[in-house]
Write a protein that binds this ligand. Structure first.
Ligand code: FE
Ligand code: FE
Length: 191
């Protein structure tokens, strides 16, 4: 077995652990969210995460290996930080903004892992595995973009002490270029 092949399987076992940890953390984050949109985003990402786990199991199969998790310490740390945020800001206007921050750190970590794994799968000429990893990579990126949009309204809400209306949000902060792009692509939940 080549070094890269071994490295790939190690990293795969790491991200498999990361996703499994996330399925336990997301329901808590959804429960702590005060906006409906953010709660829905977490709930939807939970069902996506379950799909990510089964895709990873298919990738293990492509490599002729049984699925195996190797504790991802980075995800443990990221989740721990998320839990601290929940404890510190629960019920306060800043809570959603803080939850989004924790969630985006998780997404960026996953994007890094899946990006690398996809590249390695291509180098190893495992095109089926590369396709599966790429599907998940794209979903993680979409989730990150959706969180960026939600961060705008959550931060406005916090800045105005939780009294903000939707219209004030719109007036207070111009939509970012990124949010507009997402809207054009039809992935935005805003009107
Ligand atoms: Fe995922
Ligand atoms: Fe994710």
């Amino acid at each position: 077995m080549s070094d890269l092949n071994e490295l790939f399987l190690n990293e795969l076992a790491d991200v498999y652990s990361a996703e499994k940890q996330l399925t336990k953390a997301l329901p808590k984050m959804a429960k702590a969210a005060s906006s409906d949109e953010l709660r829905e985003a977490f709930e939807e990402h939970l069902s996506q995460t379950e799909e990510h786990i089964s895709r990873l199991e298919r990738v293990f199969e492509e490599f002729g290996k049984p699925a195996k998790a190797k504790t991802c310490k980075a995800m443990q740390g990221l989740i721990e930080e998320g839990e601290d945020v929940i404890k510190e800001y629960k019920g306060e206007p800043a809570c959603d903004a803080a939850l989004i921050c924790a969630a985006q750190k998780v997404e960026h970590y996953e994007i890094a892992s899946y990006g690398t794994l996809k590249t390695w799968a291509e180098v190893l000429e495992q095109s089926e595995a590369a396709d599966l990893l790429n599907e998940t990579l794209e979903e993680e990126k979409e989730t990150d973009e959706r969180l960026t949009e939600l961060a705008e309204s959550a931060s406005n809400l916090e800045a105005e002490g939780g009294e903000s209306e939707d219209e004030e949000d719109m007036a207070a902060q111009p939509r970012s270029k990124r949010a507009q792009t997402a809207q054009t692509a039809g992935s935005s939940r805003k009107r």
